[in-house]
Design a binder for this molecule. Structure first.
Ligand SMILES: N=CN[C@@H](CCC(=O)O)C(=O)O
Ligand SMILES: [Zn+2]
Length: 432
């Protein structure tokens, strides 16, 4: 085959495909039996998709006449799919380090929120921030995520709570998606909190009558691309009825339902979401048995966020019950000013230790299942022919080191590759 291709990664000790039959998600047995090839190579074509993956000898014979823009000798290294972070709030101004201290001293998340802090504090700062500043801090955060292995990330709005700032956030997300080498799934979360001075009914009305109609116009005119709709369904925030109304309105606009449910109180949000055909529901620390059964049946992904339960000292999400019931379990960092974590390897470690997931379950949840939660598992989440050439190359002979070495990803990750382009080379960065 005498053609030019973008990238050859050759002779890797392990290549973790995740799956190899075009599966859109994995559950139960599938999550514990990931597809891994020893001594393997990968070719990424000049349009950035995986052209071939297989035993090193086979690839070497098949591509002996080809040329490559880049060749990585991965002898002694492991290759994994780029990680997928299924839940983040990365666009904001004003950190909340002072609230971290308050919470360590005993204040609960809702006590801080009700006192006008929490999301309200971030809203105040984000409304006042220039779009250019939001874009620049978003870029740094996404770069940190990427250096920790994330190549596809969900990004929410939700610190505006009124039309102008929500649109400013979505535009910033879209600009990042155009200009940065990381794939983004954009989420409108105008119902993230009830703005100060408004009732739940008034806030819901504003989302339904003002924000969503304008978003629809901009989307129809091709001026804004948004994929998901989100609501913070919680006691003291949006109740089940207002949540349902907003999610349904978003669904009618073609958005995927992907929302916060059953985090601090059992609201049976999981059952409601499954009945609406939600693609994903996040948090679920307080999910009911009925919710678990309904999510398994409707193939609604459970996006579990181990950092939240850890930082807020909440009960852990019932990952084992969900996995045993056949729910599609995914993971997200929940990066936000409350949970400042950019690292999916840390998230997987917490999921294993605190939520009792196995390492293979955690990796499936942070790749193919997280991609499914974003409606992107046809292009992301596994190393299969025709999917995006998004890779993570580890300086380790077994992939499990990525999870085992808590906080060790900075040294372990040698390269991050997006669509066959090397976007992070740890050695070069260290040399600077
Ligand atoms: N729970 C609601 N939203 C975020 C927190 C946002 C914030 O506190 O700023 C979450 O997913 O954890
Ligand atoms: Zn969240």
């Amino acid at each position: 085959m005498s053609r030019n291709h973008r990238l050859l990664v050759k002779n890797a000790k392990q290549v973790v495909l995740i799956c190899n039959n075009g599966e859109k998600f994995l559950t139960r047995h599938g999550m514990n039996n990931l597809s891994v090839i020893e001594n393997a190579s990968i070719v990424v074509s000049s349009d950035g998709v995986i052209k071939a993956v297989g035993p090193a000898e086979t690839i070497s014979a098949r591509y002996s006449e080809s040329s490559f823009d880049n060749v990585i000798d991965a002898a002694g290294m492991c290759v994994l799919p780029g990680l997928v972070d299924a839940h983040t709030h990365p666009v904001w101004a004003g950190d909340r380090v002072h609230e971290f201290a308050m919470k360590l001293a005993g204040a609960t998340y809702m006590e801080v929120h009700r006192a006008g802090g929490g999301i309200h504090y971030t809203v105040e700062h984000t409304r006042a921030a220039a779009a250019s500043d939001l874009l620049s801090s978003l870029g740094s955060r996404l770069q940190r995520m990427q250096r920790a292995g994330t190549t596809l990330v969900e990004c929410k709005s939700g610190y505006g709570l009124e039309l102008q700032t929500e649109l400013k956030m979505l535009e910033v997300i879209e600009e990042a998606s155009r200009s940065l080498p990381i794939s983004i799934s954009s989420t409108y979360c105008g119902a993230h909190a009830v703005p100060k001075g408004k009732t739940v009914a008034e806030a819901t009305e504003d989302v339904l009558q003002v924000q969503l109609p304008r978003l629809k116009e901009l989307m129809s005119a091709g001026r804004l691309k948004v994929q998901n709709i989100d609501v913070f369904c919680e006691q003291g925030v949006f109740d089940l009825d207002s949540t349902r109304a907003v999610l349904l309105a978003g669904k009618e606009m073609g958005l995927n339902i992907n929302f916060h449910g059953d985090e601090l109180h059992p609201m049976n949000a999981a059952k409601m979401g499954a009945d609406l055909g939600a693609l994903a529901i996040s948090h679920l620390e307080e999910v009911t048995d009925e919710g678990i059964v309904a999510m398994a049946k409707s193939k609604t992904a459970a996006v579990l966020l181990p950092t939240t339960a850890y930082i807020l000292r909440l009960p852990q999400p019932r990952a084992r019950d969900m996995l045993e019931a056949g729910v599609i379990v995914a993971l997200g960092s929940d990066f936000n000013p409350n949970a400042y974590c950019c690292s999916m390897p840390v998230v997987m470690h917490l999921a294993c230790v605190n939520m009792r997931m196995s390492m293979t379950e955690a990796l499936a949840a942070a790749t193919i299942n997280a991609a499914y939660a974003l409606g992107r598992s046809d292009t992301h989440g596994s190393l299969e022919v025709n999917k995006h050439g998004d890779l993570l190359i580890l300086n380790a002979t077994r992939w499990e080191h990525l999870i085992y070495q808590l906080g060790g990803h900075q040294e372990l990750i040698r390269y991050v590759v997006v669509r066959g382009n090397i976007v992070y080379d740890n050695d070069k960065t260290l040399d600077l």
